[in-house]
Write a new protein. Sequence first.
Length: 362
Amino acid sequence: MAAKKKPAAKKSPVKKAAAPKAKTAVAKAKKAPARKVKGPSDKVLKEMHLKMVRIRRFEESAGKMMEDGKIPGALHLYVGQEAVAAGVMQHLSNQDWITSTHRGHGHLVAKGGEFKPMFAELFGRATGYCKGKGGSMHISSMDLGMLGANGIVGGGPPIAMGAAFSNKFRKNKNVSVAFFGDGASNEGSVHEAANMAALYKLPCIFVCENNGYGEYTSQARHQAIVDVADRAAGYGMPGVICDGMDVMAVYEAAGEAIERARNGGGPTLLECKTYRYYDHVGVRGMGLNYRTDEEIEAWKKKDAIEGFEKRLMQLGVMTQKQIEAVHTTVAKDVEEAIEYANESPYPGPETLLENVYNEKGA
């Protein structure tokens, strides 16, 4: 299911250099062909909606607390990209592995992460997922199959590839998913992991969350291509592009790639065209003017949550009242989790080397 190639003349980085052009990419995004199977149940649709709402509420609350100086360190928010994590993770179990990025809260929430240990980790408390030692960019949960967020750009794919090798060796039908951005797709670690995964037909899915920017640099200024999925041909794997602002488009494309991997078909490079609403770091960021207000507002009109909620009401899956109830419940969960984190103790000096080394072995 390889992505169709565009004539080279149409991929001129000069024509795509202006940041506002990023919105055109999604409008022209090539969607994966729909599978001729029965659509997802109402239960699945509601679960994906809940995942996205939970991500949005968590991130907005965390971002505000960072700006207020209540959370130490830097937070890279996932707001705007919720459809990608929700659509992919809907197909995974706790036995399936994922590797994340510096923008990893959304992935953990969608994988089943609970608010209380997540906020506690961001607060650096002993009750956090990593006992307060991982913080935002290294939060993880082995029980949920989350091998960790990663402060190293492109650091996740080799780990996901290794996990996929383990799964194939054990013949357990589990898969691993590596999330990374358009900026990381230029890193040698990503190329090496993709090459090896294809060579050994490993059950690994490479999900590029292309939000149009590598930190503060637009894609057109760091790549001579428009579609990262075009690189899949060089690895010998399918390259698929989907609308990352549409959770159903992600759900369908990811479902096909994951099913293929489970059945021994090897890896897939899935590119999700998406957008982050806030700056590279936090909400206000560093005050760099690299995006226009018009560009940001244009993308917000494609908001994944609002669009999906309209669809759910049109299909009769949920009512406006039920949707509002979800938001209210999640908001309450956030408040309780923040209170829990605030009241949790800091890790003591005697625990310095605990949970740092793997004492049980692999």
